[in-house]
Design a protein around this ligand. Structure first.
Ligand SMILES: Nc1ncnc2c1ncn2[C@@H]1O[C@H](COP(=O)(O)OP(=O)(O)O)[C@@H](O)[C@H]1O
Ligand SMILES: [Mg+2]
Length: 242
């Protein structure tokens, strides 16, 4: 039975989709079968980030509305995880219950299901959380993002997901020392979330993922995702910056 994790933040552009892609690949490399569900209706990105190519025919909306069987919507990616693409438009059948049924179609054959949430705390956010058991809040170390991350976690708690954990993304030691960004303790204190990992500012994320290329295994971000994947697996891996 898959562990179902929603990746959320409240605010847009903080790295939810990059974390979804990087973490999914790390989990796959650790030997798990992973299904990534792009929940950003109308603004999908994971097909590019995961190198799925142009030939995806169906998305999860087609499964919910009965236009295609669950199996046919699975889109292979270049790096191992399977992908369910986001629909182009919202349809009435997209409800919390429909998302739970959708997850039930796949949960026996995957070890992890990663739901990449859209920005905001509206309907798309709610749908992305509907089938998940746990959440990862992604926050960059700045006041606005940290506050929005805390609000997203509160919203998830109201939806029944109590166990949000925190990934601090785009951490930059030099900017933190110069007090241009919040430090790690500030972010943890303000969000009141348990820290799962830190992903540093890394040009490999913007250059590689945005062009559908994998993160180089020795890049800071790939190593960070490997550690985070290990912690999700229950391993005790100390916090570390590269
Ligand atoms: N750790 C990182 N280092 C450098 N750039 C990053 C990092 N994480 C995300 N980015 C960049 O930030 C932008 C937004 O990332 P994205 O994953 O699309 O955010 P979201 O899904 O939250 O809107 C992208 O250009 C991405 O390449
Ligand atoms: Mg995104």
């Amino acid at each position: 039975m898959a562990k179902k994790i929603v990746i959320a933040s409240g605010k847009g552009g903080v790295g939810k989709s990059s974390v979804s892609a990087g973490l999914s690949c790390a989990l796959q490399r650790a030997g798990h079968s992973v299904l990534v569900v792009d929940c950003d209706i109308g603004l999908r990105s994971l097909d590019i980030m995961l190198g799925a190519g142009e030939d995806m025919l169906f998305n999860w909306g087609d499964v919910i509305t009965g236009r295609c069987p669950a199996e046919r919507a699975l889109t292979p990616t270049a790096y191992g995880p399977m992908l369910l693409c986001a629909p182009k438009d919202f349809e009435h059948g997209y409800t919390d219950e429909a998302m739970r049924k959708l997850a039930a179609e796949y949960e026996e054959r995957f070890d992890y299901m990663i739901f990449d949430s859209p920005a905001g705390v509206g309907i798309g956010f709610r749908l992305s959380a509907a089938a998940a058991d746990t959440a990862i809040i992604v926050a960059t170390p700045d006041e606005v993002c940290v506050r929005n991350g805390a609000i997203a976690a509160d919203n998830l708690a109201a939806l029944g997901i109590e166990q949000s954990r925190l990934i601090i993304n785009r951490f930059d030691v030099k900017a933190t020392v110069k007090r241009k960004l919040l430090n790690i303790d500030d972010v943890i204190d303000s969000t009141r979330l348990r820290l799962l990992g830190i992903v540093e500012q890394d040009s490999a994320v913007s250059f590689n993922l945005s062009r559908g290329k994998p993160l180089p295994p020795r890049s800071k971000s790939a190593k960070a995702f490997e550690r985070i994947a290990g912690r999700l697996d229950g391993k005790r891996i100390p916090l570390k910056l590269d």
